[in-house]
Design a protein around this ligand. Structure first.
Ligand code: KIV
Ligand code: NA
Length: 270
């Protein structure tokens, strides 16, 4: 396989080929995910829950993200992997100013990330533009933004009212215009995430709990392996049922995303 790159991701998007993403937090899982054909590996701040046992991502620090990003980058390098590596900017590491965001993004890029991800719309467009102008590819993240769980009042579907859907469409466009080259949509009604996907001509959407109409999909690694400390989100599928091994589960996930059989558009709640 050729190494993933921004031009390659753009090509996949243009051809309507679904983009696969999983989270990973250490060298070995990252290498196995790459070998299973996963194109993008996200060192998510979900590691706060998965690795640190926290109840939200709010307590995750930049130093922790740097450490895990480096572990994953090492694993990908050692296995001559081709995956695209995204580092999550944690809560408090980019909200203060665009200069602070650049400093934090630099830490993750120097640890081996190819792209950074940050949550939110509105004010983040200016930050995205600042980073992109300076050579840092950025993945945006709209819908449920777990770092602001306390402001949102819980882990719930976003964009259900016509008003909030309008805001999301506007924010998505602004983030694309600011130069975001990927966008996670988390817990968004399938109809709305499909609309946003159509709206964004050069920024592939990556859905999680957002239905089948996005340009790609992401899941938290431990969730799709059927392991969870808390309540399993409704939109997750346990791919160990199809896969019979970690590598097999990841391959089953890649196949299901590519052929459109995962996710099935939810009939419940949203
Ligand atoms: O931290 C994370 O794992 C994420 C994904 C769920 C998109 O942000
Ligand atoms: Na995250």
């Amino acid at each position: 396989r050729k190494p993933l790159s921004l031009p390659r991701l753009r090509e996949m998007h243009a051809h309507g080929e679904k983009i696969t993403m999983l989270t990973a937090y250490d060298a070995t899982f990252a290498a196995v995910a790459d070998a299973a054909g996963v194109e993008c590996i996200l060192v998510g701040d979900s590691l706060g829950m998965v690795c640190q046992g926290l109840t939200s991502t709010v307590g995750v620090t930049l130093e922790t993200m740097r450490h895990h990003t480096e572990c994953v980058a090492n694993g990908l390098r050692r296995s001559q992997a081709t995956a695209w590596l995204i580092g999550d900017l944690p809560f408090g590491s980019y909200q203060e100013s665009k200069e602070q965001a650049l400093r934090s993004a630099t830490v993750l890029m120097q640890a081996g990330a190819h792209m950074v991800k940050l949550e939110g719309g509105g004010w983040t467009a200016e930050v995205v533009h600042f980073l992109v102008e300076r050579g840092i590819p950025v993945c945006a993240h709209l819908g449920l933004t777990p770092q602001t769980v306390h402001a949102l009042g819980g882990y719930r579907v976003q964009g259900k009212t016509e008003e909030s859907a309008t805001v999301m469409r506007r924010e998505a466009s602004a983030l694309q215009d600011a130069g975001a080259s990927m966008m996670v949509l988390e817990m968004v009604p399938a109809v709305l995430s499909a609309e946003v996907t159509q709206l964004l001509t050069h920024c592939p959407t990556i859905g999680i709990g957002a239905g089948n109409g996005t340009a790609g999909q992401v899941l938290v690694l431990h969730d799709m392996l059927g392991m969870n400390l808390g309540k399993m989100p409704k939109f997750v599928r346990n791919f160990m049922d199809d896969g019979h091994s970690v590598r097999g589960a990841m391959e089953a996930y890649v196949r299901a995303v590519k052929d459109g059989s995962f996710p099935v558009n939810a009939t419940h709640a949203w």
